[in-house]
Design a protein around this ligand. Structure first.
Ligand SMILES: CC(C)(COP(=O)(O)OP(=O)(O)OC[C@H]1O[C@@H](n2cnc3c(N)ncnc32)[C@H](O)[C@@H]1OP(=O)(O)O)[C@@H](O)C(=O)NCCC(=O)NCCS
Length: 170
């Protein structure tokens, strides 16, 4: 199976926050942002494997700053690592200042998607090659995050979490 560079999985989308997207404080509703992130992450995962993909887990969602009504919001997604059938995708969210145009990062999330066949069963995906420093850093941490996610989902015995043991026990 042909390998893919992380850069080939890049997916970017821009939204403007409309009244229907806001909560009672006039800021972007968190659920709306999660939906936007899920869609762009799935596009990135699809660019990596060119198969049907489903969301397996959402981890490390952080809403660091409120995003006000009428803000211009850009979401950038990229696969950080591919395993057997699953792919970890980082979504970085930026808000653009209306006057200066300067972008500020305001949110981040880490998604796991799984490539599936016509019966919904997991199928093999290509290996991912990280190139930039950030891509390599995210690649290296991905197995640790996968093991943590599987423990939280009750799908992995903590005793088998080799990467977490290295982190906490040495
Ligand atoms: C995701 C799904 C395909 C996994 O199927 P499964 O029978 O559990 O298959 P497996 O246990 O073999 O897991 C498949 C892969 O997903 C990974 N995975 C499963 N659950 C995970 C979790 N909570 N966190 C991280 N990775 C997970 C496994 O580690 C495995 O990865 P690998 O093949 O790269 O090593 C299945 O659970 C599913 O269809 N879920 C519903 C998806 C969906 O509808 N999403 C939209 C939500 S509305």
């Amino acid at each position: 199976m042909k390998t893919k560079k992380a850069s080939e999985t890049s997916a970017i989308t821009t939204h403007i926050v409309l009244p229907n997207d806001t909560n009672t404080l006039g800021n972007l509703f968190g659920g709306q942002l999660l939906a936007w992130m899920d869609v762009i992450a799935s596009v990135s995962a699809h660019r990596h494997c060119k198969r049907v993909v489903v969301t397996a887990s959402v981890n490390n969602v952080s809403f660091q700053k409120p995003i006000q009504h009428a803000s211009i919001v850009t979401l950038e997604a990229k696969v950080s690592r591919a395993f057997s059938s699953s792919m970890e995708i980082f979504v970085d969210v930026f808000v653009e200042d209306q006057v200066t145009g300067i972008r500020e990062k305001c949110n981040e999330a880490i998604y796991t998607f799984v490539a599936v066949d016509q019966n919904g069963g997991p199928i093999q995906v290509p290996e991912l090659i990280p190139e930039t420093e950030e891509e390599k850093k995210r690649f290296e941490g991905a197995l640790r995050r996968k093991q943590l996610s599987l423990i939280l989902a009750g799908k992995l015995d903590p005793k088998e979490a080799t990467e977490l043991q290295k982190l906490f026990i040495g």
